[in-house]
Design a binder for this molecule. Structure first.
Ligand SMILES: C[S@@+](CC[C@H](N)C(=O)[O-])C[C@H]1O[C@@H](n2cnc3c(N)ncnc32)[C@H](O)[C@@H]1O
Length: 440
């Protein structure tokens, strides 16, 4: 086995633990992979998390509270591989590029198995992980920073910090998005509306890249001309802008904006939520349709909660009438227009489900409820679904911890899991998407 020193300092001899205190440098064996993608080891005072360490490895590490930095590898895992990206491990976009895909996939699937076991479903039928390919992400949320010399950097943040890693290559984003970054940085260099910090959400739509810039100063007239010239050069139909805390406005529009969701045309607002990749979206929809009861009553209706632009409502409407609940008004009106134009059986309703979750009698009309909440999950809404006894609940989750919490009341109310599909929407990150079908 080779040794791979991480820092420039050579390995220091491990100290012997004294009864009084744990030494700063320790030799540790990595027992498992933690939820955030760090190796987990144990020492006299408890667990410690080690970025970049893999299960089975022996390392010499410098302790810093609950974390430790590997100073050298004493025994490397055969599962260690060469990370494809030059920005690894500095960039916070990927934390697990150094792990072979087979054990990585088993670990990700295991996160769903564990989450469901914690909720009281130890024997849930969890399918193999559906992987999404590299260079498939259609949505990028990037930081912008003006350097003292006036240049602008664009990239993801370094893990756990606000420092930007200027992106020169990326193995998760669609190449069309990466290709835009150098010309965008050059344009932003001259933008008076960007003083120091900002962000850019870029959605790759059917009509081309759609950009929402958030900056720390208002746009000037020359800024708007600059953005229009950039849009024309780069074939970008729309560039929108928003200030701190203000809504988005169109800064330059050179063509129609459109996107296709299961074949239906929608016009997303700037920065609208899209599933991370077309492949992930297809896997979620397939798992949802598979998880619905084979036979729905003739006049059955489905509720789609946290519906966004209707990514899930539209394909669900092939099976039954759908009422789509969503808080963001722009998404509700985009879905209403799309449904009207295509004659879809989808009725969008604007509703804040945190303040006013669906409850009691209003749930009675639904044979199935689909919910796809944000990262925090939907604790109150799931408890109300359990109480109402909706026959089929399909939970699309982007957070196994929230899923485990939200599934508990369903278990207590007598639901069982008929299918559970983990989907790797965020390759090489610790994030996990899953679709779980609960029936009663
Ligand atoms: C994970 S996204 C899912 C969107 C959609 N299902 C899809 O597949 O594209 C979560 C959605 O919940 C919406 N949302 C967040 N908080 C909400 C709330 N309190 N009430 C209703 N919708 C909310 C967001 O605007 C977003 O569209």
């Amino acid at each position: 086995m080779t040794c791979m020193p991480l820092s420039s300092a050579g390995p220091s001899p491990a100290s012997t633990p004294s009864a009084a205190e744990t030494p700063a440098i320790l030799d540790l064996t990595i027992e498992a992979m933690g939820a955030a993608g760090d190796g987990v080891a144990r020492h006299a005072e408890g667990q410690v998390f080690l970025p970049l360490a893999l299960p089975g490895e022996k390392v010499r590490a410098r302790l810093a509270g609950k974390r430790a930095e590997v100073e050298s590898w004493l025994d490397e895992s055969p599962e260690r591989v060469t990370p494809p990206c030059r920005h690894f491990p500095t960039c916070g976009g990927c934390v697990l590029q150094h792990w072979d895909l087979a054990p990585y996939a088993a670990w990700k699937r295991g996160r769903l198995v564990e989450a469901l076991a914690r909720a009281g479903f130890p024997d849930a039928p969890v399918a193999p992980l559906v992987m999404t390919p590299p260079q498939s992400r259609q949505r990028a949320d990037l930081g912008l920073e003006r350097l003292p010399d006036g240049r602008v950097q664009i990239g993801f943040h370094q893990r756990g910090t606000t420092n930007l890693v200027p992106m020169q290559e990326c193995h998760v984003l669609r190449p069309e998005l990466v290709a835009l970054l150098a010309p965008l940085a050059e344009t932003l260099r001259h933008l008076e509306g960007l003083r120091r910090l900002g962000s850019a959400v870029i959605n790759l739509l059917a009509s081309g890249p759609d950009i929402l810039l958030r900056t720390d100063a208002p746009l000037s007239m020359p800024d708007r001309r600059l953005l229009a010239a950039f849009a024309a050069d780069q074939h970008v139909p729309r560039v929108a802008w928003a200030g701190k805390g203000s809504g988005a406005e169109v800064a330059a529009q050179l063509g129609a904006v459109r996107h296709l969701l299961s074949g239906a045309e929608v016009v997303p607002a700037p920065g609208a939520f899209l599933q991370a990749s077309a492949e992930g979206e297809a896997a979620i929809i397939a798992a949802l349709l598979e998880g619905l009861p084979r036979k729905l009553p003739g006049r059955a209706a489905i509720a789609d909660l946290y519906a966004g632009l209707g990514t899930l409502s539209i394909p669900l409407a092939a099976r039954a009438r759908v009422t789509a609940f969503e808080a963001v008004p722009e998404a509700v009106s985009a879905l209403a227009t799309a449904a009207g134009k295509a004659g879809l059986r989808v009725k969008p309703v604007r509703r804040d489900l945190d303040r006013q979750p669906l409850a009691g009698p209003e749930l009675k009309e639904f044979a199935a409820v689909v919910l796809d909440p944000p990262y925090a999950g939907a604790a109150e809404q799931t408890a109300l679904l359990a109480r109402a006894g909706v026959p089929s609940i399909l939970y699309v989750s982007c957070n196994p911890v929230a899923l485990a919490r939200d599934a508990k009341p369903l278990q207590a109310a007598g639901y069982r899991i008929s299918a559970a599909t983990p989907v790797d929407q965020f390759l090489w990150s610790p994030h996990l998407e899953s679709v779980v079908a609960f029936t009663r």
